[in-house]
Design a protein around this ligand. Structure first.
Ligand code: DP6
Length: 357
């Protein structure tokens, strides 16, 4: 008997130009384009195995070993349905000899190689790995950009995790969402010197989820309108150019400015949303001062911070600066348990050093 099973993994990505706001909540179409760096496969990733079998009676999912509900009409169900549709259209309708896997129920098992308690979003890598594993299972002859159209409907930021390196999510304009997809700006090998340090400030579950927070921002923030109309389009062009030219100064300036504006837009929401805490702000101050000294000495920017919907800092920097940055962070924010490791959890606010990508 043939076993229909496939496994795939996808890494976490961290945005430099933030996605924050949907123009269509069902299809997950964003109010602005965004750009991220995908971390390397070794550090933070989701791995998913999918299996199709005519004997299965329902689609089922296990997340980190525990059964997870697949809600009817929910995001997971949408991704599975869309992948089955692609299988039917792209494979079975074109070649009637192919097994009708689209009619079988699937069992899906996914786990993250980082603790969910680490305070880092897993939905991006999770949905990207899910879609990739189903694409393997169904042997779909489609591009990662096509798959990104489907993972986007699981979680917006997941569309960017289908590529490594530097990735843009183009917001698109078609109401069907057919042009709201991810493309790779440059592979990791283009700029291997770019590294990321993840400082886990808190491993608490965040107070306001991205999904509900950004919807409130869309409904109430006037600043968001300014951001999406007057700021992000130019930033997307400028950061893309900076990446292609390996211009770290411009990359750093835009990345920090965009993180700041995203958190300003969260604050401009009614009621206001605060994702950064005192430690997050203190890390900003350290990076700002570190850059100021270097810029004044004519040596340019050395590091760029960015914060997602939580207090944890991600610091992008050329590899040669990383040792110094880690020493700085450790001296200002003394750690229990000693040195940095490329694993989590020395303590509640342990760190992770992740090479990009
Ligand atoms: C701040 O992709 O988690 O990390 O589409 O509702 O699932 P949904 O939201 P999600 O939002 C990510 C927001 C962000 C910025 C970013 O990654 O671009």
């Amino acid at each position: 008997m043939t076993v229909y099973q496939a496994t795939a993994s996808a890494p976490v990505n961290i945005a430099c130009i933030k996605y924050w706001g949907k123009r269509d909540t069902k299809l997950i179409l964003p109010t602005n384009s965004s750009l991220s760096v995908t971390l390397d496969q070794d550090h933070l990733r989701s791995t998913t195995t999918s299996r199709a079998d005519p004997a299965f009676t329902e689609d089922r999912l296990w997340l980190n070993g525990k059964v997870d509900e697949i809600k009817e009409g929910g995001r997971l169900a949408t991704c599975i349905r869309e992948m089955k549709r692609l299988r039917k259209e792209e494979v079975e309708d074109k070649n009637p000899n192919e097994p009708k896997l689209s009619t079988y129920k699937v069992h899906i098992c996914s786990y993250n190689n980082f603790p969910t308690a680490a305070g880092l979003a897993s939905s991006a890598s999770g949905f990207a790995a899910l879609v990739s594993s189903l694409a393997h299972l169904y042997q779909l002859p489609v591009s990662p950009s096509t798959l990104s159209l489907i993972s986007r409907q699981g979680s917006g930021s997941a569309c960017r995790s289908l590529f490594g390196g530097f990735v843009a999510w183009q917001m698109g304009s078609d109401p069907s969402g057919s042009d709201s997809l991810a493309i790779q700006i440059a592979p990791q090998s283009h700029w291997p010197d770019m590294h990321a340090l993840i400082c886990v400030v808190s491993d608490d579950k965040k107070g306001t989820s991205s999904t509900s927070g950004m919807q409130r921002t869309v409904e109430t923030s006037a600043l968001l309108q300014h951001r999406i109309n007057n700021v992000v389009p130019q930033r997307m062009k400028d950061i893309e150019k900076a990446i292609l030219e390996k211009d770290f100064d411009t990359f750093a300036r835009i990345t920090m400015a965009d993180s700041n504006q995203f958190h300003a837009v969260a604050l401009d929401t009614e009621p206001p949303i605060f994702y950064m805490n005192d430690v997050s702000r203190a890390i900003v101050a350290v990076v700002v001062e570190y850059n100021r000294i270097s810029v004044e000495a004519g040596k340019g920017y050395k590091a760029a911070y960015t914060y997602d919907a939580g207090p944890n800092a991600v610091i992008y920097a050329p590899e040669r600066n990383m040792k110094e940055i880690i020493e700085l962070i450790v001296s200002y924010f003394p750690q229990e348990g000693g040195s940095f490791k490329d694993v989590f959890g020395l303590f509640g606010s342990g760190q992770l050093v992740a090479k990009v990508p």
